[in-house]
Design a protein around this ligand. Sequence first.
Ligand SMILES: Cc1cc2nc3c(=O)[nH]c(=O)nc-3n(C[C@H](O)[C@H](O)[C@H](O)COP(=O)(O)OP(=O)(O)OC[C@H]3O[C@@H](n4cnc5c(N)ncnc54)[C@H](O)[C@@H]3O)c2cc1C
Length: 285
Amino acid sequence: MDRIGPVSGLGMRTCLAGRVAQVHRDGEEFSVVTEDWQRVRARRVLVTTGLVDELPDVPGLAARWGRDVLHCVYCHGWEVRDRAIGVLGSFHQALLFRQLSEDVTLFPHGGAELTEEQWEQLAGLGVGVVEGQVGALVIDEGQDRLTGVRLVSGVTVPVQELVVAPRFVARAGFLDGLGLTVQEHPMGLGEQVKADGSGFTGVAGVWAAGNVSDVLAGVPQAMAAGVGAAVAINRNLLLDDAGRAAESRTAVPGSGAFRGAMEAEVSRRVLGTRVHGLEGLPHEG
Ligand SMILES: Cc1cc2nc3c(=O)[nH]c(=O)nc-3n(C[C@H](O)[C@H](O)[C@H](O)COP(=O)(O)OP(=O)(O)OC[C@H]3O[C@@H](n4cnc5c(N)ncnc54)[C@H](O)[C@@H]3O)c2cc1C
């Protein structure tokens, strides 16, 4: 494990390269333990562990993920414009990618039955539909690229790109002990850690940002969520520190700056009625 830090001028910052296996509450703090048993104590935790894309179980598909097996029209739609695009199991994805190519083929692949209306819409947009289970991807190994989709029936349909609709699952299993709430995405696209607008998870001391709490976030949203959570954590720590500072003054009399009530009490005990200007006035015991 590499340890980098402290960074001069910024106080103590430590960056550990390692995989967190567990985070658990330890008194008022947290104990973060890596897979190789490094332990770090933390007053607050910000979870940014992203998500797992659960891909369709088609042989050869995972190996092409992020290359010619795609999912996000806003991420790589432009790069695949005007190409022969197959879409696996998602009517919605077929409509999205139809914006960028006239050559789109939907493979329902045993997914939800298309309604009459959807059939009409696909026909109107010129999207082909090839029914039957997809059994494999056809790869040109020499060129290292996708060339087609092979159905279990043996029929091969040429495509250059294959669009899928993965289920997005927050990578938060290792945080089970913290009591975070993992909930279904409102559009049924997967599951994510519950958090409010500041990233606060509802569990004292724990914030989340990025895909782990918003499976649809792209890079800009994930970055912004990180900034928002950092601001919220900073505020939370400041208030905590201010509270502790006030408590410590109460606990150790005379340790801080002037406090009116305490000075008055000292004067009363030491000087009694001899305080200048108060001689002769009635006073308590
Ligand atoms: C193929 C593909 C293409 C994409 N293209 C785009 C694009 O063009 N534009 C765009 O805006 N978005 C794109 N996205 C989405 C983008 O990747 C995410 O929005 C972004 O990465 C989310 O950032 P994040 O910090 O929440 O999570 P991530 O970037 O996934 O970061 C999570 C980090 O946590 C680490 N981690 C996980 N578990 C642990 C653990 N237990 N201990 C320690 N570390 C851990 C991971 O190793 C990882 O480094 C694409 C996604 C995919 C899959």
